[in-house]
Design a protein around this ligand. Sequence first.
Ligand SMILES: Nc1ncnc2c1ncn2[C@@H]1O[C@H](COP(=O)(O)OP(=O)(O)OP(=O)(O)O)[C@@H](O)[C@H]1O
Ligand SMILES: [Mg+2]
Length: 253
Amino acid sequence: MNEAPAVRIRGLSLWYGAFRALEHVTMDVHRGEIMGLIGPSGCGKSTLLRCLNRLNDQPYVRIEGDLTIAGYDVMSPTTDTLALRRDVGMVFQRPNPLPISIRDNVLFGLRLHAPKTSKAEQEARMEGALREVMLWDDLKDRLHHDGESLSLEARQKLCIARLLPLKPTVLLFDEPCSALDPAGTAAVEELMRTLRGTYTQVVVTHNMQQARRISDRCAFMLMGELVELDDTAQLFTHPSDERTARYIEGRFG
Ligand SMILES: Nc1ncnc2c1ncn2[C@@H]1O[C@H](COP(=O)(O)OP(=O)(O)OP(=O)(O)O)[C@@H](O)[C@H]1O
Ligand SMILES: [Mg+2]
């Protein structure tokens, strides 16, 4: 692959006060792939994900290292974090749309970032976003309904749709299915597979079966350290590090 990676992380360390939560993490995420992040609770998965769109900006947080995404020098104090977050969207564990209509949920970010967008363009982007997350056929006749009235699965898809009118390049997911039942989980995983190629996706998951099902490559973290990163099939069948092997055999975590 000769084009620049979508996400380039070099020697990233992070401290919460005196506690070091990331230790010199180095990795690339290729354009269009799904990268899984796995590891036991507290190993730093969410911390790493939050670095990617600067959600760790706190006075007691110190970060060292280099991080480049979609042309942004992410850690630079002069980086426009609003613009960064438009290009690098985040989906959280809880499917929490805003208590406004489905249409307004999808258009919320666009209206904030580009208030001069014409009504026709807004409608086109809203429809496009709902089509991309496979909700359009179901919802097109009730766009005025409250986003909170939807099933958990549809709400989580709506949270993904909200990012798309801004034309992001990278989508970050922090345990996106942990509030969903098996059918909802399967539907969101299917959606992520259809978004593969169009967007670069980084997915934190506790669920190793999910990591195996959806990720192209997978990174195993332990106590702030990136232990191993490989093609998902390889990582799960022939891990090169004993600690990865123990984790995927379910011996800890
Ligand atoms: N805001 C914070 N202030 C202080 N310590 C924090 C903060 N956020 C996380 N930590 C600590 O940093 C470490 C990594 O936390 P993080 O949430 O990144 O782990 P994780 O791998 O996402 O865990 P989980 O699987 O439970 O979500 C943990 O020891 C956690 O207690
Ligand atoms: Mg977490």
